[in-house]
Design a protein around this ligand. Structure first.
Ligand code: PMV
Length: 314
């Protein structure tokens, strides 16, 4: 190996259908969002320096061999080095990201994915998406507690997926029958995945029958959403998104800030809208007809969105 600088990246993601229910074995549909991304670079350092990890957005820098056990960047690096069967190189590994943190856009999984890819690349190896996804899943446990695995999957595969937790054959890559456009509106409030997943678990322990009925209905929407995406029936997606949001409200994971954006989008002409990710804060999605994009974007900003991303699927 001739050490030379390498760079890798990974996109963000949104969940179109099925968040929370996916933790309990129901399916979910997610798509990558390439308008935001995490980047990682590995640059050779002087012999004997070991591996230094730099989180440049956070202004943090530390040596791998001094990092505490549960530090996510260090865990991603250690898992990758073990997987490759190599010792830490003398190098500086820097990560940076344009994906807002704790907002349902997969920032943690994207940073880990970019890091895993860059480190493998430094050793002259290109890992398969399934290998990257498995490594990143271990790091996701730090962020999420009991992650379903959807974030690492859609980000490592970088394509729309239909995902069911624990299926040995892996995710089903979705073919998109007709392209469609989404606006992603950010409440600017943190969306603590681990806390919201715990709150759904607590709620389910209190009232399993009612909670499971909601989760099953969300699963059924994800199945119908998958068929509509594949068949190119874009107009069917809107009502399914709106119904998915209503069920997430029933589950107790929405908030007034999310509901305000979800309602404003539809009133301005979106075909459907829902929160995306763990909920409470973070981002929401609106499916937009080409003619109403500008109007919906303005309505989202007027209703409090701190940032709006437009992305195309397919
Ligand atoms: O990290 P987020 O906000 O995209 O949430 C992931 C989706 C959940 O279903 C809430 C959790 C999971 O592990 O699937």
């Amino acid at each position: 190996m001739i050490p030379r600088p390498v760079h890798s990246s990974a996109p963000g993601k949104v969940i179109l259908f099925g968040e929370h229910a996916v933790v309990y074995g129901e399916p979910a549909v997610a798509v990558p969002v390439t308008e935001v991304e995490a980047r990682a670079s590995v640059v050779p350092a002087q012999m004997g320096r070991g591996l230094t990890l730099v989180a440049s957005d956070l202004g943090e820098s530390f040596a791998l061999n001094r990092a505490p056990e549960g530090e996510p960047l260090a865990l991603a690096a250690r898992l990758t080095l073990d997987f490759l069967g190599v010792s830490p190189p003398d190098a500086t590994l820097t990560v940076r990201s344009t994906i807002p943190i704790a907002s349902g856009l997969g920032s943690g999984a994207a940073v880990s994915t970019a890091l895993v890819r860059a480190l493998a690349h430094f050793f002259g190896q290109a890992l398969e998406p399934a290998e990257v996804s498995t490594l990143v899943y271990e790091v996701e446990k730090i962020h999420h507690g009991t992650p379903s695995g959807i974030d690492n999957t859609v980000i490592a595969y970088e394509r729309p997926v239909y995902f069911v937790h624990g299926v040995p054959s892996g995710p089903v890559p979705l073919s998109v029958g007709a392209p469609f456009s989404l606006l992603i509106g950010d409440t600017g409030l943190p969306s603590p995945t681990r806390r919201l997943v715990s709150s759904v678990r607590a709620r389910r322990e209190q009232d399993r029958t009612e909670c499971d009925a909601i989760l099953k209905r969300i699963g059924s929407i994800a199945r119908r959403g998958r068929r509509a995406v594949e068949a190119g029936q874009v107009r069917r997606l809107g009502p399914l998104m709106t119904e998915n949001h209503r069920l997430l409200v029933e589950l107790g994971v929405s908030s007034s800030a999310l509901d305000a954006l979800v309602d404003a989008a539809r009133e301005a002409g979106a075909l459907g809208s829902k929160l995306s990710g763990a909920g409470q804060g973070g981002n929401m999605l609106a499916l937009i007809p080409p003619s109403a994009g500008g109007r919906v974007e303005r309505a989202l900003r007027d209703a409090g969105a701190v940032r709006v991303i437009r992305t195309a699927v397919g």
